[in-house]
Design a protein around this ligand. Structure first.
Ligand code: AGP
Length: 612
């Protein structure tokens, strides 16, 4: 995680750096800092806390200089204090670096540098990079810019782990240098000014032209242009990508939080995603029909909410294709001695496309020879560039750390993909394919109705927001939705919330219940309604309070004792997750809001988890 921005041009750099940090703050928000390279050398300003706190300090100082780097941090090594915040400097204070990633061998490197007389100020792994550059540059003379490039290449060769680094040096004013390995770094090409960023949002207000760096690349960014070198300092040709304008409007639309705006956007983001798939379903996922026909095994991989999308889609894949399917947590898959079934299609789901665990799992799948397809929301992201094919969900930027609209768009894409595979392998006939896709096309309307349940959900939240522990139950396709409801609640309220397969509670989790514990049961009037109804009876028999998320069919059949209900529109059984989850998102949102939580930037979290 952590966000990096570098600027060099003709204007004062500080406002560009702060602007970039604000756009990157979703990557980490526990401390921030800038280094401005001016006529008198480097001016470093840092602050614990959010970018707003740094901005106040920077405005007070008004550091002068048309070149600089900045960083917003999600702490890995060392507490989020001012001293541990980036930029970090060498002993002389002439070199400053910012870093995203983890330097895994920092301890032996630090020990060696300390023996050579370097004095360290912070507890971070990053500081070794500044001292290593100092060591490499101690005899530099002549062409300082070239010397810096060489020093960065040599330092990079000594470091293991992951890094996106930006550095400035007093002796090479006007130059920002960047290096990348396993953490994202993008150069931005402007008019008389150029940029470096963790992603394009860092400079998206100033240019739409980007150069995506590969592992091992080193970028030299000057006002006059951008140069990319390989790890041996040989110049590389590069391609310039023009960024697509985001479909969703920036800002909160007058609402208090991005999360609420993003929840309410779902009828539109799901619709755009479905339209994008159905415009040409045969080529939407990039896999040729001949290849689809050969699939014998399906594996889907993700983390957190994206994993819950894969866990839901597992039910669809098996029902519509009759092909064995696994939903895998990326962080578990990558270190497991997993089987390598022949003709596996591996599907990687990620909003950001930068999640380190998912990237590592994707690399492992590629080594295994699997065909890979990504479902991502961010154009040009690492996962989209590594996988064989990418389908982009059409959500626009998702800013709130708690993922909502990306999840439902992922579900829409995965549903369509399961139908596509089912038809290709001959398990679904044309009529069924058409019916399923028609039903999918009607989902945005149902989600629109679910969004309107906000008033009823808020009333429930007012009843339960003082509770400390919540249980979510679901079966079949709604089991992963119970997990997702619990994840949403815990990440933005910091309250204990657990999701279970309803049939499992009697095997242990029922012991959690005490008098009044809210149990949110996903109980639409579907084929498993009676089983969910039994689960509600069982929890109520222990004094817990059942809260039913149901539809009109379930509403009629539920035990009148269950007074707390959210009634959502009737949908086909397999598509109910996309509607039900909206109520759970709103429930988490309102419980958090009534508890006065920082909803868009919950404690300890970051939007994009680019470290293991
Ligand atoms: C969701 O609310 C979480 N913030 C988190 O679980 C997230 O879904 C996960 O880190 C995966 O992110 P990705 O979709 O960007 O890969």
């Amino acid at each position: 995680m952590c966000g990096i921005i570098g600027y060099t041009g003709k204007k004062e750099s500080a406002p560009y750096l702060i602007d970039g940090l604000k756009a990157l703050e979703y990557r980490g928000y526990d401390s921030a800092g800038v280094a401005v390279c001016g006529a008198d050398g480097l001016r470093i300003i840092k602050s614990a806390g959010k970018v707003a706190a740094l901005e106040i300090k920077v405005k007070a100082v008004s550091p002068e200089g048309t070149c600089g780097i900045a960083h917003t941090r999600w702490a890995t090594h060392g507490k989020p204090t001012e001293i541990n915040s980036h930029p970090h400097t060498d002993c002389s204070g002439e070199i400053a670096v910012v870093h995203n990633g983890i330097i895994e061998n920092y301890l032996p490197v630090k020990e060696r540098l300390e023996k050579n007389g370097h004095r360290f100020k912070s507890e971070t792994d990053t500081e070794v990079i500044a001292h290593l550059l100092e060591e490499k540059l101690k005899n530099a003379s002549g062409d300082y810019e070239k010397e810096l490039l060489k020093a960065v290449a040599e330092a990079a060769a000594e470091l293991s782990g992951s890094y996106a680094v930006a550095a400035v040096w007093k002796k090479a004013p006007g130059t920002v240098i960047g290096a990348k390995k396993k953490s994202p770094l993008v150069a931005g090409i402007g008019d008389g000014e150029n940029f470096l960023g963790s992603d394009v949002s860092a400079f998206g207000n100033h240019t739409d032209k980007a150069v995506y760096m590969d592992d091992g690349d080193i970028a030299v960014i000057k006002a006059s242009g951008v140069e990319i070198y390989d790890k041996n300092c040989a110049p590389k040709k590069y391609e310039i990508s023009v960024m697509e304008k985001s479909g969703s409007e920036a800002g909160k639309n007058g609402l208090e939080h991005y999360m609420l705006k993003e929840i309410r956007e779902q009828p539109f983001t799901i619709k755009s995603t479905i339209e994008s798939v159905l415009a040409d379903i045969d080529s939407a996922f990039g896999i040729k029909t001949g290849d689809l026909k050969k699939i014998k095994n399906i594996m889907m991989v993700g983390c957190g909410t994206a994993y819950h999308a894969t866990a839901t889609a597992k039910y669809w894949m098996e029902e519509f294709t009759n092909i064995p399917t696994q939903a895998e947590l990326a962080s578990e898959y990558k270190y497991r001695k997993a089987a390598i079934p022949k003709e596996t299609l591996a599907i990687f789901v990620s909003q950001s496309g930068e999640t380190a665990d998912t990237v590592a799992a994707l690399e492992k799948a590629k080594e295994a020879g699997f065909k890979t397809v990504a479902i991502c929301n961010v154009y040009g992201s690492t996962i989209s560039r590594i996988s064989d094919h990418t389908f982009y969900t059409k959500c626009g930027q998702e800013i709130s750390v708690a993922s909502t609209k990306a999840f439902t768009a992922q579900l829409a894409a995965l549903f369509a993909l399961s139908v596509l595979i089912g038809r290709a392998v001959g398990f679904l006939d044309e009529k069924t394919e058409k019916r399923l896709l028609d039903e999918l096309s009607r989902i945005p309307e149902a989600v629109g109705e679910a969004v309107k349940s906000e008033g009823a959900v808020k009333e429930l939240a007012e009843r339960y927001y003082r509770d400390k522990s919540f249980v979510f139950l679901g079966r079949n396709v709604n089991y992963p939705i119970a997990l997702e409801g619990a994840l949403k609640l815990k990440e933005i309220t910091y309250l204990q919330a657990e999701g279970f397969a309803a049939g499992e509670i009697k095997h242990g989790p029922i012991a959690l219940l005490s008098v009044g514990t809210p149990v949110i049961a996903l109980a639409p009037g579907d084929s498993l309604f009676d089983k969910m109804s039994n689960a509600c009876e069982e929890v109520m028999a222990r004094g817990a309070e059942a809260v039913a998320v149901t539809d009109s069919r379930g509403n009629k059949a539920l035990d009148p004792k269950i007074k707390n209900r959210i009634v959502l529109p009737d949908t086909p059984e397999y598509l109910a997750p996309m509607v039900n989850v909206v109520a759970l998102q709103l429930f988490a949102y309102w419980i958090a809001r009534l508890n006065g939580r920082e909803i868009d930037q919950p404690r300890n979290l970051a939007k994009s988890v680019t470290v293991e």
